[in-house]
Design a protein around this ligand. Structure first.
Ligand code: ZN
Length: 139
């Protein structure tokens, strides 16, 4: 435990350098685009829903390490899950970003804990999650 920050930094950099589920988005996909102008982050999020379940999810875009790592982690956290469960995961993550203690099934998300201390970066970390909220819409 002597250097939890270092561990967290490594997890974030790992997702940034080797993003999960990042690829070019096809035109016919259910997609939403969101930007975070304060940092210059851009994300395009795309998913497939079958029987209320996210059967595939991926993202494209460009941005800082926090925004891209958070997008990578988010896709890993919600793929294969049902919409109701996904909405719970989104709500949990947003509470986490407000400084609440939460538990994640997908533990890499805990690495974003340090972001809470830097309010300007919270928008970076939540960008992909806001995109996910939008693409799910009223579903
Ligand atoms: Zn950013």
């Amino acid at each position: 435990m002597h250097n939890l920050n270092e561990l967290y930094r490594q997890v974030i950099m790992d997702h940034y350098k080797r993003p999960r589920n990042k690829k070019k988005i096809a035109e016919d996909e259910l997609t939403v685009e969101l930007n975070n102008p304060s940092c210059g982050d851009q994300i395009l999020l795309s998913m497939q829903l079958v029987d209320n379940k996210i059967t595939s999810i991926h993202f494209a875009g460009d941005g800082c390490s926090i925004s891209m790592a958070s997008a990578s982690m988010m896709t890993e956290a919600v793929k294969g899950k049902e919409i109701a469960e996904v909405k719970g995961i989104i709500a949990t993550f947003l509470r986490f970003m407000q400084g609440e203690a939460v538990e994640f099934v997908y533990e890499d998300l805990e690495a974003l804990q340090g972001v809470v201390k830097f309010p300007a970066r919270i928008k970076c970390a939540t960008l992909a999650w806001k995109a996910l909220e939008q693409v799910l819409g009223d579903k």
